[in-house]
Write a protein that binds this ligand. Structure first.
Ligand code: AKG
Ligand code: FE2
Length: 297
C-alpha cells in the first residue's frame, strides 16, 4: 500500500501552491469565467472606486459613449428646472423644464434629416420590429447644446466618475408610433456595465396619446400630479400603473439599477401609441461601468 505523504511535504506543497493560486490561477480563472465572480453584492459596491477599466464597452468608443474629451462648450441661458420626487425606491423624479424651448427646438432642427427606423435588441441581434417599436431615431452630433445636456445629466447625478453618458438619440413617433413595454437595463453588470439611469425628455409633444406608461408604479396621492400624469382614466387606470403625459421640455428621470446592481422590475415601461400628431423624445442614458480592482497591474 502506498504510504501517505508526510505532514512536512504537504506543508511545503501548500506553501508553493498559495502564490501560484494568487498570482497565476486566480487571475486566469477570473478572466476566463467572468460569471464566477462575486458580482456586485452590497450596497456600497455599486459606486466603489478603483483604478482600471472593466471589460464592458470600450470607453473610448464614441459611437456609444460621449467621452469627456475636454472640448470646451458654452451653455447659454440658465438651468431653471424644477424637480418633483415621485418614488424613492426605485428613484423616479419628474423634471419640469429640464430642456429649454430653445434647446428643444435646436435639437429638433438638427435631427430633422437624420432619422432612420428604430431597432430593437433581443440580447443577440438588432432588428426592425414595428410590432414592438415603431419610431424613427436620429443620432445627435455633440454640439454645444448636446454637451450642455450631457453636463446637466452628469451634474444631476452627482458627477460620478463611473457613469458615462451614452451618445444621444432623438426618437420620433408619428401617428401609431409606439414602443412596447421593456426595460432599459439589460442585466449585464456582471459582464462589465449596464444602463444605470434614464432621462426620458419630451422635445416635441404636439400629439394625442404617446404617454410613457409604467404599469408597476403606483399613482402618487397628490392631485397636483395630474398636471404631469394621466388621471382621467378612472378605475381601470389603477391597474395600468401611471402614465406620464408628453409635455415639451419636461423629463422623467429614473434609476434602472438597485444598489446591488440588479435591475428594478418596477422600471418596466412603454411609449403608448401616438394617436394623432407627432412626439419626439430624447433619451439620455447613463452607462455604469465600474473599474475593476487588481486588473492590469
Ligand atoms: O417615448 C417614450 O415615452 C419612452 C421611450 C423609451 O422607453 C425608450 O426609448 O427606451
Ligand atoms: Fe425605454
Amino acid at each position: 500500500m502506498a504510504s501517505l505523504p508526510k505532514f512536512s511535504t504537504i506543508l511545503t506543497w501548500t506553501l508553493y501552491f498559495i502564490p501560484v493560486y494568487i498570482f497565476i490561477l486566480e487571475p486566469l480563472l477570473r478572466d476566463s469565467f467572468p460569471g464566477l465572480q462575486a458580482g456586485y453584492p452590497d450596497s456600497t459596491s455599486l459606486f466603489d472606486s478603483s483604478d482600471a477599466p472593466g471589460p464592458g464597452i470600450n470607453l473610448t468608443d464614441d459611437s456609444f459613449i460621449s467621452p469627456e474629451d475636454g472640448v470646451p462648450f458654452t451653455c447659454p441661458g440658465s438651468e431653471g428646472y424644477q424637480v418633483h420626487l415621485l418614488s424613492r425606491e426605485p428613484l423616479v423624479m419628474y423634471i419640469e423644464n429640464f430642456v429649454s424651448e430653445a434647446e428643444a427646438n435646436h435639437i429638433l432642427d438638427k435631427s430633422v434629416n437624420k432619422y432612420t427606423p428604430s431597432i430593437v435588441y433581443d440580447g443577440q441581434t438588432e432588428r426592425i420590429d414595428p410590432s414592438k417599436r415603431l419610431s424613427d431615431r436620429a443620432l445627435l452630433d455633440r454640439d454645444d447644446t448636446i454637451r450642455c445636456l450631457e453636463d446637466r445629466a452628469r451634474a444631476f447625478q452627482g458627477w460620478h466618475p463611473d457613469l458615462y453618458i451614452e451618445r444621444m438619440w432623438a426618437q420620433r413617433y408619428n401617428a401609431s408610433g409606439h414602443y412596447r413595454h421593456h426595460y432599459d437595463w439589460a442585466g449585464s453588470l456582471a459582464r462589465g456595465g449596464d444602463r444605470f439611469s434614464t432621462f426620458m425628455v419630451y422635445l416635441e409633444a404636439d400629439c394625442e396619446g404617446g404617454g410613457t406608461n409604467f404599469p408597476r408604479l403606483k399613482m402618487p396621492a397628490g392631485k397636483e400630479w395630474c398636471r404631469f400624469l394621466e388621471c382621467e382614466r378612472s378605475g381601470k387606470g389603477k391597474e395600468m400603473g401611471i402614465t406620464f403625459k408628453p409635455i415639451k421640455g419636461n423629463a422623467v428621470f429614473w434609476e434602472n439599477l438597485r444598489p446591488d446592481g440588479t435591475g428594478y422590475p418596477e422600471t418596466w415601461h412603454a411609449a403608448f401609441p401616438v394617436t394623432r400628431g407627432k412626439k419626439v423624445g430624447l433619451n439620455i442614458w447613463s452607462w455604469y461601468q465600474p473599474k475593476r480592482r487588481n486588473r492590469g497591474r
